[in-house]
Design a protein around this ligand. Structure first.
Ligand code: LRH
Length: 489
């Protein structure tokens, strides 16, 4: 038969899941084998990823998938958030728990780096936006504060690829994930040796870059035995979650589309053929991350649902528990346009009392402050909508492209209010879905690698045929337009 199954391990900053993807008659179905929390784990005064626990959860999921399929899956692939990495010692083992990108040790590292090479030069050499947690800056911070650990390091492996390594023993750097670190020359798709030299980073620690869709190895005999599966092929999909999500955008071939991968982050951008690296993209901080099959993801990291997640965590710690649907409902019932904040405000990046930070911004801009979770939720939704329009307007200006639809994919499609507000403020149609875009993209790249699916185009058609895509037509556009124009930044 033409039916084939694939295992997708998809790790987000809040949760991870192991999905079984089955493709049959040009349809993709996903079944969840196991879902678990990821998240920051406090360790002393740092925050880290509990890799051992997460690895255990991943194995539980794979074992369940092996059982479910009678061990007939074709392959497995891993994707995760960007920039973070594990340090592997000379004995092949992890030297310590990897740091979470929101750990404070990276504060100020961009300034340090720019003393060695100007920001404009770093951008010229990479094409990647400046975020203090980019791998480059994390490594510089390590060099400065703990050079001894780098002395002991044999390999640096980025997150999704680290889990693949733990199962198959092959160290590799998948291109899309590597690109997020700001050490790859996006014009060549290779580690930028010159840049690495300038910063005295040993290139030998960085495993060779492999393209998305490469079969990198197979699950080791010991792991296979433990998991009750054969020595399954391990594929490097787009190891970066956002690359997978964009691969699974159900765009129609000839439409002019932009995407918003909506989760902890809001990644809003365009798919382009070549990196765009110039004074404007530099000063406006657009990034050129690697996409699958020769594409570039020209986008901006917008703060995203993190603003809600972190507010919710604060309220929870203070004895008030709200679910995400509750918070959405409360926002929906609250008058819009009461206040707006710049979602890119640097303090939002770090964990800790989000409502207070939002209030500080409201106050500075002359809006009324509030303790009410309903109002905070509303401000977040309206502010994200504003950020989306700013970003899309600039993307269109920079590329000379006009878009007529915004595809929203990922967990954020469950926030119906945010999807509607995006349509309203953009005055454009929003097409929302699938929720599990990342896992879909992961599976589809494996299916292209196995020859079952022919191309990225066919993969996108398949997504459109397999999942519900909800259409939001813009409403109240005059009011939203007036609101947008009233924003004081
Ligand atoms: C989203 C994401 C994003 C990165 C961030 C660290 O999960 O991968 O694209 O910039 O995490």
């Amino acid at each position: 038969s033409n039916q084939k199954s694939y295992i997708a391990v998809d790790l987000g900053a809040e949760s991870g899941r192991v999905m079984l993807g089955t493709i049959s008659d040009k349809k993709l179905t996903l079944e969840e084998m196991h879902r678990f929390e990821t998240g920051a784990t406090p360790r002393g005064d740092s925050i880290r990823w509990d890799v051992e626990r997460i690895f255990g959860e991943i194995k539980t999921g794979i074992a369940a998938a092996a059982k479910k399929t009678g061990d007939s899956a074709v392959s497995i692939a891993f994707d995760s958030w960007g920039v973070d990495f594990g340090l592997i010692g000379k004995d092949g083992k992890l030297l310590e728990e990897p740091f979470h990108y929101r750990d404070e040790r990276n504060l100020g590292m961009i300034d340090e780096a720019s003393k060695i090479l100007s920001k404009r030069e770093i951008y010229e050499n990479t094409g990647i936006q400046f975020l203090q947690f980019n791998t480059l800056f994390q490594l510089l911070s390590l060099k400065k504060s703990r050079p001894e650990i780098l002395e002991m390091t044999d390999k640096i492996i980025m997150m999704a690829d680290l889990f693949a390594y733990m199962l198959c023993g092959r160290a590799f750097s998948e291109y899309t994930l590597a690109s997020t670190g700001q050490m790859v020359d996006m014009r060549t798709g290779q580690w930028n040796s010159k840049l690495l030299k300038t910063f005295d980073i040993d290139k030998d620690m960085l495993p060779e870059i492999v393209k998305p869709g490469t079969v990198v190895g197979k699950i080791s005999p010991e792991a296979a035995k433990e998991l009750g599966c054969t020595e399954l092929a391990v594929v490097a999909c787009g190891s970066h979650d956002t690359a997978c999500a964009v691969a699974a955008v159900p765009a129609e071939k000839d439409s002019q589309w932009a995407y918003l991968s909506s989760g902890t982050w809001s990644l809003l951008g365009l798919e382009v053929d070549e990196p765009i690296i110039n004074d404007e993209t530099f000063s406006e901080q657009f990034t050129n991350e690697g996409g699958v099959y020769g594409t570039i993801r020209l986008l901006k990291n917008i703060m995203g649902l993190w603003l809600i997640q972190e507010s919710r965590r604060y309220w929870l710690e203070n004895g008030k528990e709200y679910s995400y649907p509750e918070l959405e409902d409360m926002a929906e019932k609250t008058e819009p346009f009461q206040g707006v904040v710049d979602t890119q405000y640097h303090e939002f990046m770090m964990p800790g009392d989000m409502p207070a930070k939002i209030n500080r911004c409201l106050e500075k801009l002359g809006y009324e402050c509030t303790d009410e979770p309903a109002k905070i939720s509303r401000v977040i939704v309206d502010s994200l909508a504003v950020a989306y329009r700013k970003c899309l307007e600039r993307l269109e200006a920079l590329t000379g492209k006009k878009t007529n639809v915004l595809h929203i994919v990922g967990g954020g499609t469950k926030h119906l209010l945010l999807c509607q507000c995006a349509a309203n403020i953009l005055g454009r149609k929003v097409a929302a879905g699938p929720v599990e875009a990342t896992a879909s993209g992961n599976v589809l790249v494996q299916a292209i690698a196995s020859g079952q699916v022919e191309s990225l185009e066919e993969a996108r058609e398949m997504v459109a045929n397999s999942f519900e895509v909800k259409i939001y037509e813009p409403k109240d556009t005059d009011k939203w337009d007036a609101f947008y124009k009233s924003v004081p930044f």
